[in-house]
Write a protein that binds this ligand. Structure first.
Ligand code: ATP
Ligand code: MG
Length: 423
């Protein structure tokens, strides 16, 4: 019978990869804690309408990337393609947005039917940050500072470029769209097919077209800055002043528009050149209209999402993962004979009691001394403890440093201290 395999674009994350994932997740958590952000957990399935109404009908995600299916009762459900809409739904449903501010984060799998390639998968993971109830540039700056601190902690700040833009208010953008469409219609024949199609449905997306001919046409296009409202202009200037003050470098990118409908004012991306075409590791912006659009009260909001797979790839590519991350064991305990095996078990428990951070693996399944020592050597542990009849009788363990080779005898009751001192 043919073996059943994982679904294309949906990856198993294997034991030799999970230490890096955990290191990344732990670092993210500690940075989020340092800013007082609280975690929220949402289901991975939502009503399809949630995404249609928030992300927008004429976006790549809703047009062609969603995993949508009918539940047994005929209700249309969708595996979440992103977390912002889910987070807004949950926060609104439980009254978290009423007369208060929130700084929230979540992590988990997202699903998009895309062409799988390096850094682009059908199930991928995001860590998302969403803040609610704050309308000033101070909070925009905070989420950017938070992300910058994370890159610094991970040792990748120098590899990432912060690109930033403003999309102005919804009204100013609507006015600009009219001017842009009028201009592009005069150059319709020179636009690529995607841009021709988007001209009617989502004209701002034409701005980030990859086609050189389209980009040539865009050089003469009207600029959003000619239509920007005074409030958005000030907001943007104050945000940039804060970034300057904090020493965060950025690049102004007027073609940065983001793929989703709900953004206004600030948008930004952290981009690397080290991952090929999939260079955006983190993207976000302000979405003041979304809560209201989903049936709540008007609530200012700003957030971002980062792609965990792309960050893992980047850490690996740049070789910046601390060695300690992949060392997952300190001690491997071997024993010869039934009596010694019993003592070994007790000793392992005792070590775990005495030194909570100690990572102890007990050899199970018997075997020769040679084969047990081979397992110890391959385990990645720094020390092997060797117990035979003689050691048990004298209550002394033979402790071998597997990296340096030397061996010493340590009394059972001094073992925890010895390991602590020598690790
Ligand atoms: P892209 O332009 O690469 O398609 P996007 O604009 O669709 O990205 P967002 O919806 O903003 O992406 O998601 C935020 C982040 O999630 C991205 O910057 C990226 O790091 C990650 N991401 C998005 N789609 C995928 C995917 N299919 N596989 C892996 N990571 C992804
Ligand atoms: Mg995409």
């Amino acid at each position: 019978m043919a073996r059943i395999k994982a679904i294309r674009g949906m990856n198993d994350i294997l034991p030799d990869q999970t230490p890096v994932w955990m290191y990344l997740e732990d670092t993210i958590k500690s940075v989020l804690n340092a800013y007082g952000y609280q975690q929220i957990r949402m289901p991975i399935v939502e009503q399809t309408d949630l995404f249609k109404r928030s992300i927008g009908e004429v976006t790549d995600i809703v047009e062609k990337e969603m995993y949508t299916f009918d539940d047994r009762n005929g209700e249309s459900l969708t595996l979440r393609p992103e977390g912002t809409a889910c987070c807004v739904r949950a926060a609104e449903e439980h009254g978290l947005l009423y007369n208060q501010t929130q700084r929230l984060w979540y992590t988990g799998p997202m699903f998009r039917y895309e062409k799988p390639q390096k850094g682009r998968y059908r199930q991928f993971h995001q860590v998302g940050v969403e803040t609610f109830g704050m309308n000033g540039p101070d909070i925009d700056a905070e989420v950017i500072l938070l992300s910058a601190r994370l890159w610094k902690e991970l040792g990748i700040l120098d590899e990432l470029e912060l690109q930033i833009n403003t999309l102005a208010s919804n009204e100013a953008r609507a006015e600009y769209k009219t001017a842009l469409v009028a201009y592009l219609k005069n150059h319709f024949d020179k636009l690529d097919a995607d841009s021709q199609r988007r001209l009617e449905t989502n004209p701002l997306r034409v701005l980030d077209s990859k086609s050189p001919e389209t980009q040539e046409v865009l050089k003469g296009a009207p600029s959003l800055m000619d239509h920007i409202d005074e409030e958005s202009k000030l907001h943007f200037e104050e945000l940039l002043a804060r970034l300057d003050k904090a020493g965060i470098q950025y690049v102004l990118n007027p073609t940065l528009v983001r793929g989703l409908d709900y953004y206004c004012k600030t948008v930004f991306e952290w981009v690397t050149t080290s991952l090929g075409a999939q260079g955006t590791v983190c993207a976000g912006g302000r979405y003041d209209g979304l809560v209201e659009q989903l049936g709540g009260r008007a609530t200012p909001a700003v957030g971002f999402a980062m792609g965990v797979e792309r960050l893992v790839l980047l850490l690996e590519t740049l070789n910046v993962i601390p060695a300690s991350v992949t060392e997952t064991l300190d001690v491997y305990i071997t024993s010869m004979g039934e009596d010694a095996s019993m003592v070994a078990m007790t000793l392992a428990e005792q070590l775990r009691n005495e030194e909570k951070s100690l990572r102890v693996q007990l050899h199970c399944g018997g075997g020769s001394f040679k084969s047990q020592m081979k397992k110890a050597g391959n385990s990645g542990a720094k020390f092997a403890i060797i117990l035979g009849d003689q050691e048990v009788e004298q209550q002394v363990a033979a402790v071998k440093n597997l990296q340096e080779g030397e061996q010493s005898n340590v009394a059972f009751n001094e073992l925890a201290q010895f390991l602590k001192d020598n690790l």
